[in-house]
Design a protein around this ligand. Structure first.
Ligand SMILES: O=C(CO)[C@H](O)[C@H](O)COP(=O)(O)O
Length: 222
C-alpha cells in the first residue's frame, strides 16, 4: 500500500492549476484521487475526466469537478495505473475491465503518466491480455483467437453468475498469448472485428512511468 501512496504522491507533483486531468481506474488511481481531492480542498483548481463508472463515482463523491471529452477533447494529462509495464514502457491494462475508455482518455490526453508499484515492472509482458468484445461477435472472436494459437477466457463475475460486463455493455475476456515478445505485433493482431479494444498500451502512448517503492517513487521518462 505504501508503494501506491508514494507513486500517487509523486504524480500529484505534476498537477498544475487549471489542468483537466484524464483519470484512469483501479486501486492506485483511487489513492491518487483521494490526494487530488485534498489538494482541491486546499484551493487547487482542476477538473477530471474519469474513464470508468468507478472513478466517476469516487471523483463525484470527493467533490471533484467532472467533465467529459465532449467539453474537453484534449485533457492536459492522463494519470492511470497498469497491470504490467515492460522494460520499454509497453503496458498491459484492463485488470479492472475499463481498458477501452482508459485507452481513449489516455490517447486523447496531451501527456500520459502511469502510476504503478514496483511489483508491476517486468522485463517482458507475460500476463493474459484483457480484451473487450461485443457479445454478438464472441463466437467468431473465440474461433479467431484459437486459430492464432492463443486461448481466450471469459472473465467471470463475482456475486452473480455471468461474465464480467464492461461499462460499455460488452464482454471482458483475457487472451493468453504467453510471454509477449513483440507487443506491437500482438496489439495489431488483436484488432479483430468484434474486439472493441485490447489492453496492450504501446510505449509510444506513454510519457512517463512513476514507480512507487517503499521509500519513495522513481519517475522514469521516455
Ligand atoms: O487497467 C486498469 C483497470 O482497467 C488498472 O489501471 C489496472 O488494473 C491496475 O489496477 P490497480 O492499480 O488496482 O493495480
Amino acid at each position: 500500500m505504501i508503494e501506491k501512496v508514494n507513486c500517487a504522491k509523486k504524480a500529484i507533483e505534476f498537477i498544475e492549476d487549471g489542468m483537466v486531468i484524464g483519470l484512469g481506474s483501479g486501486t492506485t488511481v483511487r489513492v491518487f484521487v483521494e490526494m487530488l481531492a485534498e489538494k482541491v480542498r486546499e484551493g487547487l483548481d482542476v477538473a477530471v475526466i474519469p474513464s470508468s463508472i468507478d472513478s466517476h463515482m469516487l471523483a463525484a463523491e470527493r467533490g471533484l469537478t467532472v467533465m467529459s471529452l465532449l467539453e474537453c477533447p484534449e485533457p492536459d494529462l492522463c494519470v492511470d495505473g497498469a497491470d504490467q509495464v515492460d522494460s520499454e514502457f509497453n503496458l498491459i491494462k484492463g485488470g479492472g475491465g475499463a481498458l477501452t475508455r482508459e485507452k481513449i482518455v489516455a490517447s486523447a490526453s496531451k501527456k500520459f503518466y502511469v502510476i504503478v508499484d514496483e511489483s508491476k515492472m517486468v522485463e517482458r509482458l507475460n500476463m493474459p491480455v484483457p480484451v473487450e468484445i461485443l457479445e454478438f461477435a464472441y463466437g467468431f472472436v473465440n474461433r479467431k483467437i484459437g486459430e492464432m494459437g492463443y486461448a481466450l477466457k471469459l472473465r467471470e463475475g463475482k456475486g452473480k453468475l455471468r461474465p464480467v460486463i464492461s461499462d460499455n455493455g460488452n464482454l471482458i475476456a483475457d487472451v493468453d498469448a504467453g510471454v509477449i515478445e513483440n507487443p506491437e505485433d500482438l496489439e495489431r493482431e488483436l484488432k479483430i472485428p468484434g474486439i472493441v479494444e485490447n489492453g496492450i498500451f504501446l510505449a509510444e502512448m506513454v510519457n512517463g512511468v512513476i514507480v512507487g517503492k517503499k521509500d519513495g517513487a522513481e519517475v522514469l521518462k521516455r
